[in-house]
Design a protein around this ligand. Structure first.
Ligand SMILES: [Cu+2]
Length: 270
């Protein structure tokens, strides 16, 4: 509807539906209230000889204008709360991806398979400096995309390593602050394969506008092949276990109950 992005997750569709219904209710109330008001102002104007009534209290009016809005609010609160509860339910996820915000890039750790990488802006500097024509996905393209399988419940653990960032992909209806020392949880289940783009949405410094998110949703088979290609090999995995540079990330996540969980190695890629 309108220029809102088309949602590609059940939660996204639910939110859009809810938005449309509540907007409709608000519009009806707006037109109703202002319609009556302007009609009254015009039709009962003083120049036609109308006299204002002088009553100062009406129990009937008081009850009516309390009960009706209360019912409308309850009617809106029930589906909204149900949706919020659904959004918060990260249980029984098929896979977990830890997302860490950095000034100014994202890091992704696939906790089930050990795949890990940084994702940097890949837009040509000359486009930013207006020396070249700007491309189609200007400032919304990265070197390493977040590859995710469709039809699976994916849990994100979101944190940051320096300042507050926020991970946002409009079509997935996922928008969650990445806060140093905290792990925020959110989930998604993508209906259809495709490329979905988003941005950091918490002002985080000079290059806040230069740390986009690009999600590539693929079939389970393609995802498995991608994992097989990018997962650390046997020896590397062992090294990771014994505390290699990548290992700290996993250890930090395993120990979130006692540590601040934002214990990542310093960003090496830029
Ligand atoms: Cu940021």
């Amino acid at each position: 509807m309108g220029n809102l992005p088309t949602p590609v997750t059940p939660i996204g569709e639910g939110i859009l539906n809810l938005h449309n219904w509540i907007l409709l209710i608000c519009t009806i109330i707006f037109v109703g209230v202002f319609g009556v008001m302007f009609y009254s102002l015009y039709a009962h104007r003083k120049s036609k000889g109308h006299k204002p009534s002088q009553f100062s209290h009406s129990t009937f009016a008081e009850i009516t204008w309390t009960v009706i809005p209360t019912l409308i609010l309850i009617g809106m609160a029930i589906p909204s709360t149900a949706m919020l509860i659904k959004m918060e339910d990260t249980s029984e996820a098929d896979l977990t991806v830890k997302i860490t915000g950095y000034q100014w890039k994202w890091r992704y750790d696939y906790l089930d398979s050990g795949v890990q990488f940084y994702s940097n802006l890949s837009t040509d500097r000359n486009e930013i400096l207006n020396k070249n024509e700007k491309g189609e996905n200007y400032l919304l393209e990265v070197d390493n995309q977040v590859v995710l399988p469709v039809g699976k419940k994916i849990r994100f653990l979101i944190t940051a390593n320096d300042v507050i960032h926020s991970w946002w992909v409009p079509q997935l209806a996922v928008k969650k602050d990445a806060i140093p020392g905290f792990i925020n949880e959110v989930w998604t289940k993508i209906n259809e394969p495709g490329i979905y783009r988003g941005q950091c949405t918490e002002l985080c410094g000079r290059e806040h506008g230069f740390m986009p998110v690009v999600v590539k949703a693929v079939s389970q088979e393609e995802f498995d092949a991608w994992v097989a290609e990018n997962a650390p090999k046997e020896e590397q995995a062992e090294e990771t276990q014994s505390g290699g540079s990548g290992g700290q990330t996993l250890v930090a996540v395993n120990a979130i109950s006692t540590e601040d969980g934002a214990d990542d190695p310093a960003p090496a890629i830029r």
